[in-house]
Ligand binder design. Structure first.
Ligand SMILES: [Zn+2]
Length: 234
């Protein structure tokens, strides 16, 4: 099931560049929108000012695609093992119960959007156990699965030496996770898999991310995905 909400805007393929705000003239990072003059766009903070006085926000582009972009996270490339690439994602909009967290990285995410059209409730209904959070990737809302794995580095302050010796290092675990994530991508079309740098994981553990856009899945597919992620043994 692919709904309007689960589709990524084609402009997310366009490069992010420095633009001038057509409201205040300030410069900001965004993507060119075809209805705006070349080099101009709508800055996130000005969108909040302009919005109440216009019926046509479409003239300015799309939140999260052309302005108010999601922050960058470095992830291990699934296509080119050993290389890094970037995702634009706000991974911590809520905690694992769906409660808005307001992590510093998410400060700019317009959380009021979650209150429109019951989005927050709808996304909460798509969360699974304690392995998901509400997130936004390239302007698309969805549910981010995060499954963590132990490594010698991640457990160094909590486990005794003999236990640590039995654990693999990040350098051993992460390439195996990358391979597993690549295979899952084939099995679950429309789901975006990544292995983030450990600094993006609260516990600093190696982890796999699976971003499921709003409305992509039926509950049965969610169950299959959960099972597949939990069965990974990197
Ligand atoms: Zn502005």
């Amino acid at each position: 099931m692919t709904t309007e909400n689960s589709r990524f805007h084609p402009d997310v393929q366009q490069r992010v560049r420095s633009l001038f705000c057509s409201h205040c003239g300030g410069s900001f990072e965004g993507r060119q929108y075809h209805k705006q003059p070349n080099g101009y766009g709508m800055e996130g903070c000005c969108a909040d000012i302009v919005q109440p006085s216009t019926d046509d926000m479409d003239a300015y582009g799309i939140e999260g695609v052309h302005y108010n972009l999601d922050p960058l996270a470095r992830v291990h490339s699934l296509q080119m093992p050993g290389a890094m690439e970037t995702w634009r994602i706000s991974p911590y909009v809520t905690d694992r119960r769906g409660v808005i967290t307001r992590w510093p990285a998410e400060e700019h995410v317009p959380l009021h959007l979650l209150n429109i059209h019951d989005l927050h409730d709808r996304l909460k209904a798509q969360m699974v156990g304690d392995i998901t959070r509400i997130a936004r990737k390239d302007g698309v809302w969805g549910v981010l699965f995060e499954i963590e794995f132990h490594s010698r580095e991640s457990e160094q302050f909590t486990e005794p030496q003999d236990v640590l010796q039995g654990l693999d290092t990040d350098d051993q675990v992460i390439p195996r996770l990358v391979a597993a994530a690549g295979a899952l991508g084939v099995q679950f079309p429309g789901v975006h898999f990544a292995v983030p740098e450990v600094i993006y994981v609260e516990t600093m553990r190696p982890a796999i991310w699976a971003f499921v856009p709003d409305g992509l899945h039926f509950p049965a597919q969610h169950e299959a995905l959960t099972l597949a992620l939990q069965q990974l043994k990197p």
